[in-house]
Design a protein around this ligand. Sequence first.
Ligand code: PHE
Length: 340
Amino acid sequence: MNLKSTKNQTKKEIEKAKSLSDLDNIFKKYLGKKGLLRTEFLKIKKLSKKEKIRIGKELNTLRVFLQKEIAKKAKEFRRKELSKQEKEEEFDITLPGKKIEFGHLHPLTLVQREIAGIFQSMGFEVVEGPEIETEWYNFDALNIPEDHPARVALSLGKTFYLKGGGLMRTHTSCAQIHYMEKNNPPLRIIVPGKVFRAEATDASHETNFYQIEGLMVGRDVSAANFKAVIQKFLEEFFKTSIKIKLRPSYFPFTEPSFELDMKCTVCAGKGCSACKYSGWIELLGAGMVHPNVLKNGGLNPKNWQGFAFGMSLDRLTMMKYKINDIRLFHSGDLRFLKQF
Ligand code: PHE
């Protein structure tokens, strides 16, 4: 082996190397376990002492040279790699910061909170009830016996029954019973919450919507009290004077029962598309709590009486913001949601 030419050759190879792995290969080729230098070292065993010393020295010089050159080149590669990384991570501190977008409340939540606030100012407590119910709370306790047409219609067509028993509540009225069981009158509550009905969905029907139930029970709570409370609520909510009327209606859990209509605030009663040209808008169902319901809630109807009402939060929200399709609420459409 000619030291000088080997030296020159390795030098060229090192210069040509393009990466750390190229260098690694050069290292293996010359300095590795089976590398050239090692085989040369093994060869000198057979030589004379003088020759051994001479060639040994030469080989050592070559070894040191190679180690140095390879290390030098490797350093170069690492430095390049580092500066490349640094460049990638470089950022301009004079750029304006990224704006963090805040989320905001859903229109249904906004309106629910507003309604809760108005009733709270009239001394009503805001409570919740379970969404999964039994037949007892959803029907029987509310004076809706098994063969009752309202129950047949609801349970046959519109109730989601659960496999393990129970059902998804079809209205928030069940919460009346839960509350009466645990609290002594006088009672004054509203119950906002989800209700579930197997509806064919359209612009005004959803399988999942929100109701707000109201219940007030005392020694002599009357329909006149109901009218006053609801009138006050509507005026606070719509921020204008409101004309209401009660129509006789029927609910198994109230007696007498009525439907409350509000004079259309869009056309002032003249008739428009919002009120279907009747001048009035149907708003909610209500009535005086049926004695059987009081009994089922553990109260003696001889001592206590009161009113209850139930209204659709979705509908009130649609009226407030002039939304014409209930399905928008759960569409997840940002063009809709970002307006609130
Ligand atoms: N629960 C009735 C419904 O879902 C509304 C209602 C509540 C009526 C309380 C009277 C009293 O339509």
